[in-house]
Design a protein around this ligand. Structure first.
Ligand SMILES: *Cc1c(COP(=O)(O)O)cnc(C)c1O
Length: 413
C-alpha cells in the first residue's frame, strides 16, 4: 500500500452553483433563503434539480417505459405535487401517502399501493379510490374480496412477488430468501388461482429486489431476472398481464469514494426487455419505481453554526440541527459503519482557508454528528452549513421530537 494515496473524496455536488461566496439553492443564495424561510434549520428542495433528473432519465431510458415516483423517499405535499407533473405514476405505502398522492392530482389509475400489513381501512381506501393494490399476502387477497363484495367496487390487484434471487451490491435487500415483503415466487401460482376464484381484477406483477444500488450491472441483472420470473408466473395468471413493475433500486453517491450510477447499460437492457415484452406480454405497461434517485440530490439540509469550540486540539462546529432532523446524515439510519454525507459551509463557498472540524448538533448524545473530522472552510457562529444528498429519507425519516428541540421546516424552491 502506498503512503501517498489520497483518501477517497465525495462525488462533486454539481447541482448547486456558487455566487458571491454563497451556495445557491433554487437560484437563491443560502443566507437570503434562510431569511426568506424565517428560520434554520430547514430542508430546501430545488425544482430545477428535480426537473433535470427526470429529463436525464427520460433521455437514457426507453420512451415507452413508465416512470413512477415512490413517495416514501419524500412525501412533502408540494414536492409530490411537483413530481406528479413530471412522472407517469406515484407509488404509495400507506393510507396517508395515498391522500397526498390524490391531492397532487395524479390519476388514481396511475397510483399503486405496496407494503406489508395494509390495514382493512387502507385496503378500503385504495379500493374506493381505484388505485392498483400490490397484494403481499393471501390475507390481503381475501380481505380485498370481502371489501369488493360489500362495496360493489372491483379491486385492482397486482401480485408483489418475493423473487428467488437477490439484488447484488444493494444498500438494502428487499427481496430473495425469507422476507416480509411480497409472496414467495413458489407460492404465487396458488395465490393467482385464488385471485381468479375471488374475482379480483388481476393486472400484473410487482417485483422489488432492493434499494440504494450504484452498480448498473447488478440492476441490469435484477431487472432481467425479474422479467424472466414474471414471464414464468404469467403462465398461471387468471388474465393477461397489463402491468409489470420491475422495481428500481437506483442509488445516489452519498459517501467518499462512491460514484454516480451509469444509466446507459440500464437503458439498453430495458430497451431489450420492452422489445421482448411487446411479444411476450402484448399491451403490458412496463414500470420502474424510483424514490431517492429522483429526489435525493434535489434536497439540501441547511443549519446554522451556533458555537465553535476546540476540545484537546479538535474543532467542533455546534449547529442548530442534527440527528433529530436528519437521522441518515448522522449515520444512524441503517448504516453499519458511519460515513460522512457531503457537507459544505454554504456561506463560505469560495474560501481558501480550511480547517478540520466535526459538525455536531445540540442533542446530548455523541450520536448527534453531521460531519466527523471533515476538511471544511473555516467557519464561525452565524455561518450556514449545507448537508447535500438530503432530498430523500430526511425530514420524515427522522425522530424530530427527540430531545424536544425546535422543528425543521421544508420548502420547495
Ligand atoms: C422503498 C421503496 C422504494 C423506493 O426506494 P428508493 O431507494 O428510495 O428508490 C420503491 N419501491 C418500494 C416497493 C419500496 O419499498
Amino acid at each position: 500500500m502506498s503512503e501517498t494515496r489520497q483518501p477517497p473524496k465525495h462525488a462533486p455536488q454539481s447541482h448547486y452553483p456558487v455566487e458571491g461566496n454563497e451556495l445557491l439553492i433554487g437560484g437563491i443564495p443560502a443566507s437570503r433563503l434562510a431569511a426568506r424561510v424565517g428560520q434554520t434549520p430547514f430542508y430546501a428542495y430545488d425544482r430545477s434539480v428535480l426537473g433535470r433528473r427526470v429529463q436525464e432519465l427520460r433521455t437514457a431510458l426507453p420512451q415507452a417505459l413508465s416512470l413512477h415516483y415512490a413517495m416514501k423517499a419524500n412525501p412533502m405535499p408540494a414536492l409530490v405535487g411537483h413530481m406528479a407533473g413530471l412522472v407517469d405514476g406515484l407509488d404509495v405505502a400507506s393510507g396517508r401517502e395515498l391522500r397526498v398522492a390524490l391531492d397532487s392530482g395524479m390519476n388514481p389509475q396511475h397510483i399503486s399501493f405496496a407494503g406489508p400489513g395494509k390495514s382493512e381501512v387502507e385496503l378500503t381506501q385504495a379500493v374506493a379510490t381505484g388505485v392498483l393494490l400490490n397484494v403481499e399476502s393471501f390475507r390481503e387477497a381475501r380481505e380485498l374480496a370481502r371489501i369488493g363484495e360489500r362495496s360493489g367496487w372491483t379491486p385492482r390487484v397486482a401480485v408483489r412477488v418475493n423473487p428467488d434471487f437477490e439484488l447484488k451490491s444493494s444498500g438494502m435487500k428487499m427481496g430473495g430468501g425469507p422476507k416480509q415483503f411480497g409472496v414467495d415466487a413458489e407460492q404465487v401460482p396458488a395465490l393467482l388461482a385464488e385471485i381468479g376464484q375471488l374475482g379480483l381484477g388481476f393486472e400484473g406483477f410487482h417485483l422489488y429486489a432492493g434499494s440504494q444500488n450504484l452498480k448498473a450491472e447488478s440492476i441490469v441483472e435484477a431487472q432481467q431476472k425479474s422479467f424472466e420470473l414474471a414471464l414464468r408466473l404469467a403462465a398461471d395468471a387468471p388474465r393477461a398481464v397489463t402491468t409489470l413493475n420491475l422495481g428500481g433500486g437506483f442509488g445516489i453517491p452519498y459517501f467518499p469514494g462512491e460514484t454516480p450510477l451509469q444509466l446507459a447499460p440500464i437503458g439498453d437492457n430495458l430497451a431489450t426487455i420492452l422489445d421482448r415484452a411487446a411479444t411476450a406480454l402484448p399491451g403490458a405497461e412496463i414500470v420502474i419505481e424510483l424514490g431517492r434517485y429522483l429526489v435525493g440530490e434535489a434536497g439540501v439540509y441547511v443549519c446554522r453554526v451556533v458555537d465553535k469550540k476546540v476540545s484537546r486540539g479538535h474543532t467542533y462546529l455546534v449547529v442548530d440541527g442534527g440527528l433529530h432532523h436528519h437521522l441518515a446524515a448522522s449515520g444512524n439510519f441503517g448504516q453499519v459503519i458511519r460515513k460522512n454525507y457531503p457537507v459544505a459551509i454554504a456561506t463560505r463557498m469560495d474560501s481558501t482557508a480550511t480547517e478540520q472540524a466535526s459538525v455536531v448538533g445540540p442533542l446530548c448524545t455523541p450520536l448527534d454528528l453531521l460531519g466527523e473530522r471533515m476538511e471544511l472552510a473555516t467557519a464561525e457562529p452565524g455561518d450556514l452549513v449545507a448537508v447535500f444528498q438530503s432530498g430523500a429519507y430526511g425530514y420524515t425519516a427522522s425522530p424530530r421530537d427527540f430531545l424536544s428541540q425546535p422543528q425543521p421546516v421544508e420548502v420547495l424552491v
